[in-house]
Design a protein around this ligand. Structure first.
Ligand code: UDP
Length: 381
């Protein structure tokens, strides 16, 4: 029998999902990973028993049961519903902005009146993007929307993206809608859960297959060359599938210019107490140059006592040497992306997967779903 080989660039959640599915279909998969660890930006670790998500909060949620079934093969999970507080006018209120947030910010009579206005405008339970709310025909709805826009979104978004909300793709803020109910959960998906021993342990098990070899600290561009519609690996033509999960501009030497990404700096503060803040995540839309603080140890299944780590997130432009976290989608960046995509399309055995290579603000479940579909397509070929 002919051996089948595949190469995957990037050992993040997209690359490893595809690697596992291909490996189970008898492909010999080599994963080339630039960093010294598994998991890409999903990587987490324990410091003296305290959990840290090295690259920022990763809370798993999905409506796709096939993703849950897939992940449960590699880890046990415990149920966890994420709740976030935001500092608004000196108070910590639930984000997404909901009826509970109104109760906390306004005197009882005014809060009641505002909730009545909203419940006339929208059915109970509806989630509405703040930008839509700002255009509502009822001036009272518009006034509240303006308050939420100014106090919850404007400052946070300027810090996070380096530009005001109106200059961003509407889908970005649509991720955190205003909720017409008392539901103060950050996500409303059917499945909300966390891997019991963390993401790193889960991904290590995913990669633990006799047909998968992960090469760490490996710069794929030293081995991989693209020439006239062909892939060359170590100087030899490679006809098997190549799945690329990195920044697409870099694959083509940035010949059409750099694709814009946002990056982050994380500052860790170690404290000798069990809990530093009242929620896993606190957002600061209106103060400080950091956007949010996270205390991951509060999402641990068995948290240690008397120790915690608070992580501060400082957004920044992604420059040479910085890690890309978020694609900055706009008409202009999408046009540049399409040019790279055309180049990629000329190489029949090159596939793109993940937040960076597809230039999409994917959540983990969508990244996994996309990688699964891709791998199953290849198996069918
Ligand atoms: N956002 C905001 N204020 C908040 C929370 C979110 O303005 O308190 C906006 C901001 O533009 C952010 C976007 O909504 O980038 C998406 O938020 P999400 O929490 O989904 O961001 P992620 O966790 O992916 O960084």
């Amino acid at each position: 029998m002919n051996r089948k080989y595949a190469v995957i660039i990037g050992a993040g959640i997209s690359g490893l999902t595809a690697a596992r599915i291909l490996a189970e279909a008898e492909y010999h998969v080599t994963v080339l990973e630039k960093r010294s660890h598994i998991g890409g930006n999903v990587y987490d670790y324990f410091e003296n028993g305290v959990l840290v998500h090295k690259y920022g909060p990763h809370l798993f949620h999905t409506n796709m049961s096939h993703i849950v079934e897939f992940l449960q093969r590699f880890s046990e999970f415990f149920p966890y519903e994420h709740r976030v507080l935001g500092e608004v006018q000196g108070k910590l209120i639930p984000i997404p902005f909901n009826y509970k947030s109104i109760d906390l910010l306004y005197a009882a009579g005014q809060a009641q009146q505002l909730k009545e206005v909203l419940s006339k405008a929208y059915p109970c339970g509806e989630s509405v993007a703040v930008m839509e709310l700002r255009g509502h025909k009822d001036p009272q709805v518009r006034a509240l929307a303006e308050f939420v826009y100014q106090n919850v979104f404007y400052g946070y978004t300027k810090k996070q993206w380096g530009k005001p909300p109106q200059e961003l793709d509407g889908s970005v803020m649509g991720r955190v809608p205003v909720r017409m109910s008392y539901d103060d959960r950050y996500f409303t998906d059917e499945f909300q859960m966390m891997p019991s021993l963390g993401y790193t342990a889960m991904l290590e098990r995913m990669a633990d297959h006799e047909n998968i070899a992960v090469r760490y600290e490996c710069d794929a561009f030293l081995y991989l060359k693209l020439q006239e519609g062909q892939v060359y690996l170590d100087g030899e033509r490679f006809d098997g599938p190549v799945i690329y999960t990195g920044c697409l501009d870099e694959l083509f030497g940035c010949r059409y210019g750099r694709l814009p990404y946002r990056s982050l700096d994380f500052v860790l503060e170690r404290r000798g107490i069990t809990q530093a803040q009242p929620a896993v995540q606190v957002n600061y839309p209106n103060r400080f140059s950091y956007t949010r603080t996270s205390e991951f140890h509060l999402v641990q299944q068995d948290p240690v006592k008397g120790r915690t780590i608070l992580v501060y997130e400082y957004p920044k432009e992604c420059e040479d040497g910085d890690l890309p976290y978020y694609p900055v989608e706009s008409e202009e960046s999408r046009n540049i992306y399409q040019k790279y995509r055309m180049l990629a399309g000329q190489i029949p055995n090159l596939y793109l997967a993940g937040r960076l290579a597809e230039y999409r603000y994917y959540n983990m479940d969508l990244a996994i779903d996309r990688a699964m579909r891709l791998a199953y397509e290849m198996i069918k070929i």
